[in-house]
Design a protein around this ligand. Structure first.
Ligand SMILES: Nc1nc2c(c(=O)[nH]1)N[C@H]1C(S)=C(S)[C@@H](COP(=O)(O)O)O[C@H]1N2
Ligand SMILES: [Mo]
Length: 200
């Protein structure tokens, strides 16, 4: 049987299921709650905050000087499209924490962005290689509408957790809703368990 996705420039390991309720999308839809912010890499800075204080920060050059990681993965949007076999490059959250000499705090993180978007994630879901800051998609600089210069990528959760134009991670003891979670999206957002809305 001919399946389009085998004609991509990279062959997937094996055909595989997609999460329940999702369909395969070959394009790359743009979903943003507001306008695409103008981000200048000359002044861009990414920070980690713990209990209200900034404990580490990286300029664009500093981020690019860290060890870089490639990832080949599928992404799943709560609006029901899944895009298979996507290729990204960036810096894992593990690498950032190691560079800063910080042990991953227990609890939760809130990602903050240019433009004001926020989303909450358990810390356990961004360490051990599960979360990254990405600046490259398909070998090219990440397009502004998809979150360039830098977005968060947490492929095992619905894509609203992958904050575009990300500028900081705030570590918190208690969970708190981010932007969409405040409008009834699920606090965790596992696509395999169809955790779309708060009571799913
Ligand atoms: N800063 C920011 N990040 C965001 C969003 C947003 O509106 N602002 N939308 C989220 C949602 S709901 C989705 S589905 C994905 C969409 O990413 P894409 O536009 O690259 O497909 O980005 C997520 N990250
Ligand atoms: Mo979304």
């Amino acid at each position: 049987m001919i399946n389009n996705r085998f004609f991509g420039k990279r062959r997937p390991d094996a055909p595989r299921p997609i999460p329940p309720g999702q369909y395969q999308e070959d394009g790359f839809p743009v979903l943003s709650a507001g306008p695409t912010p103008k981000v200048d890499t000359a002044t861009w800075e990414f920070t980690i905050d713990i209990k209200g204080s900034t404990v580490a920060s990286w300029s664009w050059d500093a981020l690019n000087a860290l060890p870089q990681t490639d990832i080949h993965t599928d992404i799943h949007c709560v609006t029901k499209w899944s895009k298979l076999d996507t290729d990204w490059c960036g810096v894992t959250i593990d690498t950032l924490l190691k560079d800063a000499g910080i042990d991953p705090p227990a609890g939760f993180a809130m990602a903050g962005c240019d433009g004001g978007y926020t989303t909450n994630i358990p810390v356990a879901d961004i360490v051990d290689g599960k979360g990254m800051l990405v600046h490259t998609f398909d070998g090219q600089p990440l397009a502004p509408e998809h979150g360039g210069p830098v977005r968060l990528l947490i492929p095992h959760l619905y894509l609203w957790k992958s904050a575009k134009w990300v500028r900081n991670l705030r570590f918190m003891d208690q969970d708190a809703p981010g932007f969409w979670e405040g409008y009834g999206y699920h606090m965790y957002g596992d696509p395999w368990r169809e955790q779309r809305y708060s009571n799913d």
